[in-house]
Design a protein around this ligand. Sequence first.
Ligand SMILES: NC(=O)c1ccc[n+]([C@@H]2O[C@H](COP(=O)([O-])OP(=O)(O)OC[C@H]3O[C@@H](n4cnc5c(N)ncnc54)[C@H](O)[C@@H]3O)[C@@H](O)[C@H]2O)c1
Length: 260
Amino acid sequence: MIELSLSGVAVVTGAAKGIGQEIARTLAKAGARVALVDVDLASAREIALEIGGMAYACDVTDKAAVEATAREIQSDMGAVRYLINNAGIVSPPGDPFTENSEEDWDKTFAVNVKGGIFWAGALKSDLEAHEGRIVNITSIVGVIAAPFLPPYSVSKSAANGMTRVLARQFASKQVTVNAIAPGYVWSPLWEELGIDIAKASNGAFGENATDVFQGRVDSLVPMKRAQTPEDIAACTAFLCSDLAKNITGQIIGVDGGITI
Ligand SMILES: NC(=O)c1ccc[n+]([C@@H]2O[C@H](COP(=O)([O-])OP(=O)(O)OC[C@H]3O[C@@H](n4cnc5c(N)ncnc54)[C@H](O)[C@@H]3O)[C@@H](O)[C@H]2O)c1
């Protein structure tokens, strides 16, 4: 039987809620010791308690804070082998794109792109010394356009590009860098996004967040079902395992066929 087992420390950003929370649980079940990083320390602590991990308050857009948090994790838990760049935000809607402010662009890129680069830099030596793994949680809208959300869609394309560049730079050290592009996953992110879509479309996709979400799933997912945090977490654990040691620089859609 093929065993999927991990050993070493995993840093999961945005681990307090949604997809990140489930990635933290799954990596812990597979044997990793998990450092849960989030701006929401109280929620991250609850999950850390549940899975025997440790929680850290850190805004991934603050380079100095990322470096200080990385040192704290190394001192508390030891060398880091797995980095999961999952923290992400959705931009305010912008159709036409001129509706988005400079701040919308800056904030979205800071979290969705620069945050991942800061973390990869802060953990570079550990990752290179331990045949490490980086998994970036990007999005299908980094593969296909989301005209309704320009900064989000463009930032996720950049995060996919960042995955390929880092994969090339880390390759000779046996560090793999991949992206998972989720489709539609119900999470706290959708509670706000669903309302934005309902308002901007005058209810064409439904009146509340859950109706909008289900409407998108029914009309856009060939497999006619939503994706789950567990789907994304399982793929993450696989990419972190030795089974995936020759997979690098890939953008893997976990999307029920949306991007076919
Ligand atoms: N839910 C979906 O349908 C979906 C689809 C495609 C991609 N994604 C991506 O998956 C990832 C997780 O999404 P989710 O649905 O779980 O979102 P979520 O909003 O439910 O959770 C995101 C987490 O990231 C944290 N976070 C936000 N900004 C941060 C910052 N600056 N520093 C540290 N932590 C920060 C939040 O506090 C929160 O705990 C994101 O990158 C998102 O873009 C989600």
